[in-house]
Design a binder for this molecule. Sequence first.
Ligand SMILES: [Zn+2]
Ligand SMILES: [Zn+2]
Length: 274
Amino acid sequence: MHFKPVPDYHMHTPRCNHACGTVADYAEAAIATGLTEIGMSDHSPMPGGFDKAWRMDRSELVNYLQEVEQVRDTFSDRLTIRIGLEADFHPGTERYVEDMIAAYDWDYVIGSVHYIGDWGFDNPDCIQIWDTWHIEDAYAAYFDLVAESAATGMFDIIGHPDLIKKFGHRAPADSQTVQQAEEAMLQAVLKSGAALEISSAGLRKPVAEIYPHRRIISRAAALGIPFAFGSDAHAPVEVGHGMNACLTELNAFGVHKISSFRQRRMHMLSITHA
Ligand SMILES: [Zn+2]
Ligand SMILES: [Zn+2]
């Protein structure tokens, strides 16, 4: 099966302190790999020192927007560049995030859960905290938060929707607790109208698997939830990584269209050649 290149909407800049490359470098990498549309979505500022080391400061937001706008205009005849943000969903910060989103004309905003309470569960430095959790409780707590993030209605794309598996911790496949939390999460995403991200980043992590799991893709497809693709590139070389693997997965579950965004309006694009 040959797929068309689809928009890659998840990539970062050095402002988040754990990515490299200029926006122009990401754009050049996208063109080199045959993409026609990308979106920048760096880790957003968050209030109260939340996860401060892993994101831009609010004072850098203007400069982020200027760089992306300038590269978007420079590359406009070769590549479509959308302007996005990856905001965290963390209970108590909703007002701040809502105001930040309202302050600019974004093409889309990704909502991601990286914390359960004060545990940065996807941070390698916090991996020992897994020992204090039952895996299925961690999964259920995580999916509950993702469901809450969708229910806010603030986000256009729900980021890497089973990031909790990043280091390879697996909940028992027959866990009712996890299955119910997963289903509730998908129902919340469906109700919100947001797209579910299919992310190749997991392929580069210990779990070595696309986010989300096949079982979630299958159920989301059956519910008619739209998907958006993201590589979660933290370096230009990662732009478009794993796109074919993700599209193959979608195609296998009867999904033939993928989301594109402009000014927070979703349009569906075909993933296969006519
Ligand atoms: Zn990151
Ligand atoms: Zn993320």
